[in-house]
Design a protein around this ligand. Structure first.
Ligand SMILES: NC(=O)c1ccc[n+]([C@@H]2O[C@H](COP(=O)([O-])OP(=O)(O)OC[C@H]3O[C@@H](n4cnc5c(N)ncnc54)[C@H](OP(=O)(O)O)[C@@H]3O)[C@@H](O)[C@H]2O)c1
Length: 342
């Protein structure tokens, strides 16, 4: 498509990379570079999605110089590769040097907070009219949109609890399994989910720190699975990780989850509840199906950059880019359901 912007999706053969590609092909006129280490799955993804608008490219993110070369002439790099604990911190700068915005769906505290606090990177991006926006996914972005809306409703709230529910029919990518194994901590507590009571584990996430810094809320974040047995088994197997190499165990459990992936719900739900000192509570949620929810914040921000509606430059706390009401309207237009306060 002549003159259409190009977006490089890093991690495009993965669960969320493919989902994002599908979203961008429908919602924008962009052509896509589908990048990752193994060319085979990228060629297959390009064939399946739209061969006329998708170009597969072998690229290893462990080499920021290779990303810089690949990103030249593109409008943005959208990174869905992970786990983000393993990403090279030089990558956003490499995109900026290439003249491309950097957007990612990272969920690790180290990655997201390091970027949000990096004034030098922010200055360099702003100086050349570009944006660096981390965490453009369920966490922290959608949870922060909900928390901001609840804060407006309940200005005296002191604490917050965020819960991510993952229905079993949502496919588990290798990087997502790896993130789960790296992030889960402690013993689970039983919580109410859309499919009844389930154990929920505390997960490391940038969300609590951002809630404290921006909204003054002391927060906890947990994740509940529809069928938790697989996650229990994967956690219990962690001591074997050294035998399998860093990707081996996540790859094994991503594979083992496939035969039961047809069971249960394809729902994903992020809910946030706030409470004030006298115990008054308010809650709100976003629900999506078929793993669309985690890629929508990135799609919304990319559309805002393409249309010129997002004018701020430098490192963005993207959840503040639109009002909570405007975020909700844009997400509803793309199929997310909003529960709780209007
Ligand atoms: N913030 C949130 O709320 C949120 C929500 C959902 C998912 N996530 C995160 O999104 C990430 C992706 O999850 P997923 O389920 O889509 O995982 P996945 O299916 O394993 O996909 C990962 C992709 O990254 C590529 N990749 C891995 N290492 C790479 C490298 N060094 N260079 C280039 N490409 C590389 C993989 O392809 P190759 O192996 O061929 O390189 C694959 O295409 C995870 O870290 C997950 O935690 C965050």
């Amino acid at each position: 498509m002549a003159g259409a912007p190009t977006v490089l999706i890093a991690g495009a053969s993965g669960v969320f990379g493919r989902r994002l590609a599908r979203e961008l092909l429908v919602a924008t006129g962009a052509t896509l570079v589908l990048a990752g280490r193994r060319i085979g799955p990228l060629e297959e993804a390009a064939r399946e999605l739209d061969p006329a608008r998708c170009l597969p490219l072998a690229l290893d993110l462990r080499d920021p110089g290779a990303l810089e070369a690949a990103a030249r002439g593109t409008f943005a790099v959208a990174c869905t590769a992970g786990p983000s604990q393993d990403l090279d911190p030089a990558l956003p700068d490499a995109a900026i040097r290439a003249g491309a915005h950097w957007l990612d769906i990272a969920d690790s505290t180290g990655w997201v907070q390091a970027i949000l606090r990096n004034r030098t990177l922010s200055g360099r991006a702003a100086a050349v009219g570009l944006v660096v926006a981390p965490g453009l996914s369920t966490l922290p972005c959608l949870a922060m949109v909900l928390a901001r809306a609840l804060r407006e409703e309940s200005p005296h709230a002191r604490t917050a609890r965020a819960l991510l529910f993952i229905g079993n029919r949502n496919r588990k990518g290798v990087a997502s399994v790896a993130t789960g194994l790296l992030s889960a901590a402690g013993a689970p507590v039983r919580v109410e989910t859309p499919v009844g009571h389930r154990p929920a584990w505390r997960f490391g996430s940038p969300l609590p720190a951002i809630l404290r810094e921006e909204l003054g809320l002391e927060a906890e974040f947990r994740v509940a699975f529809e069928l938790p047995a697989g996650f229990r088994l994967a956690r219990a197997s962690r001591p074997l990780g050294r035998l399998f190499g860093s990707e081996g165990l996540p790859r094994l459990f991503a594979l083992l989850s496939r035969p039961i992936a047809g069971l249960g719900s394809d729902e994903g739900r992020i809910s946030v509840e706030v409470e004030d000192a006298s115990g008054v509570r308010a809650a709100a949620s976003f629900t999506g199906r078929g793993q669309r929810m985690p890629v929508l914040p990135l799609a919304v921000v990319l559309a805002g950059l393409l249309s010129g509606e997002i004018r701020e430059r430098g490192v963005l706390r993207c959840w503040n880019g639109f009002s909570p009401g405007e975020w909700t309207r844009r997400l509803r237009d793309r199929g997310l359901e909003r529960g709780g306060i209007p």
